[in-house]
Design a protein around this ligand. Structure first.
Ligand SMILES: Cc1cc2nc3c(=O)[nH]c(=O)nc-3n(C[C@H](O)[C@H](O)[C@H](O)COP(=O)(O)OP(=O)(O)OC[C@H]3O[C@@H](n4cnc5c(N)ncnc54)[C@H](O)[C@@H]3O)c2cc1C
Length: 496
């Protein structure tokens, strides 16, 4: 009988890139966490603790809360901070590693902390987005020549730079490269040993979580939090494999047959908010899904294709294509065809405000927009139709892409993610797709229309489902407002 390979003792060196080589002094290790906000199954944290224990030095985690981050609102900041609060509590009870939260500019805060504590090694997460690449470059310049900086890809199953050293053309060109590396990288995680050396004066830094959360909720109130998606690692694992309604435990069976039916949203995993904020590791999802391959081969293979190949293809695009969110980033054939058809006559031209308020002549499109605005997660199939219609109904491809990304980032729980930029670029600019029969406005970009949706699923049922969803959410909001008002009144008239 084949035995299960035991977990590796340390992080595969292929996961680590040295961004800056220091001159080898001994000092604490600092882990700047930003994309992989979890304690469990986190290669960056494993590496930081391992390095600290090797040199008998303490380790700390720092997190920088940006004042603004690519248009994130209450919905995103609230989910993230509530997850981090949970992480911080768990950390105190398990690994006893101190957690420092800073607000403002990461470049300044992280560099200052590294300098003040005399760290010799800074470990960071990997993100292909330009905002974070820029911060890291700034930190590399600001910290002393003595400090080493390691970037660990804890987000992808196969580290981005191992999977491919170049911009890939499509899933077809990346799939084989990833599959070849899976035996080496899709492995169990080692258990983190608590640090052998404790951080001095860690208790001096207390975090006013309630105050900070209240502040970000006030600032981003335009897009309120959603109640259906509970934040944190525990909730994420419950969505993956909980006994009540877990994806792998209860819903996997219908993934390959129903995942493109917007009337059956629970056929999808619902993992994207957790994956986006790093509250769950994609590798954990893949390891657990793979165990079920014998009983559900098709569903597991389809899920792994989305979770690994498609998701990691999006990271590949954003990492190697500096124009990942503009028409400049489209392949040459696509840019040409879009510009050839930019001035074609449109039946409708809507402004960003009209689109944002779901005021179009298409009830199906309006429903998907409302699903995103109020629920915070549009069905995956509808996202394609939604984006393609924006191309059809705006002045030209540049404006279409800008509006699409603006709305996606503002309202989707999983927005501001490489998969979001690539989803918009795929729909509007044909990225990772091929050319199709030429037609007005779209040129050779793949086309989708209402009649096609009608053939695929029950359009009226989806519209009715969203109307009910939005109606219930509005009702709950009104009830909450009323009870808040009553509370205020009771406080001002305590005798009543
Ligand atoms: C216009 C448009 C915008 C999109 N915006 C986002 C976004 O902002 N954030 C985001 O995470 N995804 C985005 N996607 C990709 C995809 O629609 C979502 O990942 C998916 O709907 C999330 O729901 P789920 O986790 O229940 O999906 P599942 O089908 O259960 O998929 C599991 C996981 O696989 C990955 N995945 C699935 N489909 C894709 C895909 N097409 N490309 C890359 N990864 C994929 C995701 O990480 C997802 O969580 C977008 C797609 C389009 C066409």
């Amino acid at each position: 009988m084949a035995s299960t390979p035991s977990p590796p003792m340390s992080v595969n060196p292929g996961r680590i890139r040295t961004l800056k080589e220091g001159s080898g002094k001994t000092g604490p290790v600092v882990y700047w966490m930003f994309r992989d906000q979890r304690l469990k199954d986190n290669w960056a944290l494993i590496h930081a603790v391992h390095q600290a224990n090797k040199s008998n030095v303490p380790v700390a985690i720092v997190f920088n809360l940006f004042n603004s981050f690519i248009g994130a609102k209450s919905r995103h900041f609230g989910f993230m901070l509530r997850g981090l609060r949970q992480l911080c509590h768990q950390l105190q009870h398990t690994l006893q590693i101190p957690f420092f939260l800073f607000q403002g500019e990461a470049e300044e805060n992280v560099s200052k902390f590294v300098t003040e504590c005399g760290a010799s090694l800074l470990v960071t997460d990997m993100s292909p987005l330009r905002e974070l690449k820029k911060c890291k470059a700034g930190i590399c310049e600001r910290v002393s020549h003595l400090v080493t900086i390691h970037e660990v890809d804890a987000h992808n199953v196969v580290p981005l730079w191992v999977a491919s050293e170049k911009l890939e053309y499509s899933a077809r060109t990346l799939r084989g490269k990833i599959n070849k590396k899976l035996p080496e990288y899709l492995v169990e995680f080692p258990i983190i040993e608590p640090p052998t050396t404790k951080w001095v004066n860690a208790e001096d830094h207390t975090i006013d979580w309630d105050g900070i959360i209240a502040q970000v909720l006030r600032r981003g109130a335009e897009v309120p939090e959603v109640s259906w998606c509970e934040p944190g690692e525990i909730a994420a694992m419950e969505v993956l494999m909980g006994s009540k309604n877990g994806f792998l435990t209860k819903r996997l069976r219908s993934y390959s047959t129903d995942r493109n039916n917007p009337c059956k949203p629970t056929a999808l995993s619902g993992l994207s908010p957790y994956l986006h904020f790093g509250q769950i590791s994609a590798q954990r999802c893949a390891l657990e899904a793979r165990k079920l391959r014998a009983s559900h081969p098709q569903a597991v293979d389809t899920f792994l294709e989305e979770l690994i190949v498609r998701r990691e293809l999006a990271d590949n695009f954003c990492f190697y294509q500096p124009h990942y969110d503009s028409l400049k980033g489209a392949w040459e054939w696509a840019r040409k065809t879009l510009l050839d058809h930019a001035s074609d006559k449109r039946e409708h031209v809507y402004t960003r405000e009209q689109l944002e308020k779901a005021k179009t002549a298409d009830p199906l499109w309006n429903a998907s927009q409302l699903e995103m605005v109020h629920y915070g997660k549009m069905h995956g199939f509808m996202r394609m139709y939604w984006a393609k219609k924006i191309l059809e109904w705006t002045k030209g491809p540049e404006e279409a892409l800008e509006i699409c990304i603006y709305l996606n980032d503002k309202y989707e729980m999983d927005g501001r993610d490489p998969s979001g930029y690539v989803g918009c670029m795929w729909s509007i600019c044909g990225v990772h797709d091929q050319g199709w029969r030429e037609r007005p406005i779209f040129g050779k970009i793949r086309y989708m229309n209402y009649a096609g949706c009608k053939r695929k699923f029950d359009v009226d049922k989806y519209i009715a489902y969203v109307n009910k969803l939005v109606g219930d959410l509005r009702k709950r909001k009104a009830e909450n407002l009323l009870s808040e008002k009553e509370k205020v009144l009771r406080c001002s008239n305590p005798e009543d």
